[in-house]
Design a protein around this ligand. Structure first.
Ligand SMILES: *Cc1c(COP(=O)(O)O)cnc(C)c1O
Length: 396
């Protein structure tokens, strides 16, 4: 039985009539740009994550760009971001002439190592962009304390983490800005591109709102140079339909992750990552060696509510590509998020060496990670198939 990495139709088909009705309504009133459904959707997202302001925007990437414009990032300003993340996190900084400075990551949650961030702050550092990778929060308390101490802005890249929590606080709602993405593979998957920018700061919200429409206020009068960062009305209307089911989607992903962990952890050579090894790779290595570990299963810190955008294994002993090939040959979708860290990307080769230093854990993870199908609609049979194929590979 083939198991795709992602199946957007499995989630969208049951909503067919609701989606058609929402689409028909927008078609009928014809207000395709910033129509009434946009404000409705913004209010719904703001209520869900507990923020004062939510701005629907053209993509998760543009949400980052808009946030950086709103904090007035200037050419040459440095922005700390993890080396192990999707490209957009650093791409947005570069597009404004800023300098991304890459930090290493924690080998347990794959998120920014705050101690490394501290070590890389200079007089030019303007902001930090923690990423809540794979649906789990970065360690926000020390990060926010560091930002406050050094007078830095915090933009949370929550593209993979809408609805995730850190010590009871929503990912995206803790920094100056939070950003979300509705790219179809994200947990709240849309019907094309879309994103959201959220903040509790009235002034930042107002500025971002103006920048979203070319910096114009009133219309055709421009004090600033903004862009076209709007989300389509029809996209908002359709996403409102899905948002009503969002807590169920999350529960299903959490259920799938728990099932994988329960079954896989019983196989020889498989261990679940130990949160006490946070930030000490040496201790963790000794521990993994002692157990003759071949696979490390992902884990959530006790203070985090993980929403499992990805269920990401670490495959040890240089065997990652072998397991990927075996899964693919057996009809199991899987993907490497991400095969090359950002400090190693050719487009950043001209950055100063100081912004690309000390990312050893990130490099190692890029060579070990492999993500399995985890979407909510996976059937029990499909999950058992994934588990069986991994069991066969381990015992071969
Ligand atoms: C998907 C993603 C983005 C970009 O979102 P888009 O909506 O595709 O532009 C940014 N950061 C991270 C971590 C992402 O996963």
């Amino acid at each position: 039985m083939p198991v795709p990495l992602l199946d957007v139709n499995a989630q969208n088909s049951p909503l067919n009539s609701e989606l058609q009705a929402a689409f028909a309504q927008v078609l009928q009133h014809g207000r395709f740009i910033m129509g009434p459904e946009m404000e409705v959707f913004e209010k719904e997202v703001a209520a869900m994550v507990g923020v004062k302001h939510a701005l629907a925007v053209s993509s998760g990437t543009d949400a980052l760009l808009l946030a950086l414009m709103a904090i007035d990032l200037q050419p040459g300003d440095e922005v700390l971001c993890p080396a192990f993340t999707f490209f957009a996190t650093a791409g947005a900084v570069s597009r404004l002439g800023g300098v991304p400075v890459f930090t290493d990551i924690c080998p347990i949650c794959f998120n920014m190592d705050v101690n490394d961030a501290r070590a890389k702050i200079t007089a030019r550092t303007k902001a930090i962009i923690p990423v809540h990778l794979f649906g789990q929060s970065a360690d926000m308390d020390p990060l926010l304390a560091l930002a406050q101490e050094k007078g830095l802005r915090v933009i949370e890249d929550g593209a993979q983490a809408i609805g995730a929590h850190y010590k009871g606080r929503a990912c995206g709602a803790m920094g100056d800005f939070g950003t979300y993405s509705f790219f179809p593979s994200k947990n709240l998957g849309g019907f094309g591109d879309g994103g959201m920018l959220v903040t509790n700061d009235d002034e930042l919200a107002e500025f971002a709102k103006v920048l979203r429409v070319h910096g114009s206020k009133p219309k055709y009068f421009h004090h600033y140079v903004g862009g076209n960062f709007r989300m389509d009305t029809v996209q908002c209307a359709l996403l409102s339909v899905k948002l009503k089911h969002y807590s169920r989607y999350t529960a299903e992903r959490q259920n799938n992750a728990a099932h994988y962990t329960q079954e896989l952890s019983q196989l020889p050579g498989v261990v679940t990552a130990d949160p006490t090894h946070c930030k000490c790779v040496q201790t963790q290595d000794t521990w993994l060696e002692k157990q003759d570990a071949k696979l490390v299963l992902p884990v959530a810190y006790a203070h985090n509510t993980h929403i499992w955008n990805q269920y990401t294994l670490r495959v040890l002993n240089g065997q990652r590509d072998a397991l990927r090939d075996h899964l693919q040959k057996s009809g199991i979708g899987c993907e490497i998020y991400y095969p090359l860290t950002l400090d190693q990307q050719p487009c950043f080769a001209d950055l100063p060496a100081s912004s690309r230093s000390g990312c050893e854990v990130s490099h190692r993870m890029a060579g070990e990670v492999l993500s399995l199908p985890i979407y909510g609609e996976l059937s029990l049979e499909q999950r058992l198939e994934v588990i069986a194929v991994i069991r066969d590979w381990l015992s071969a």
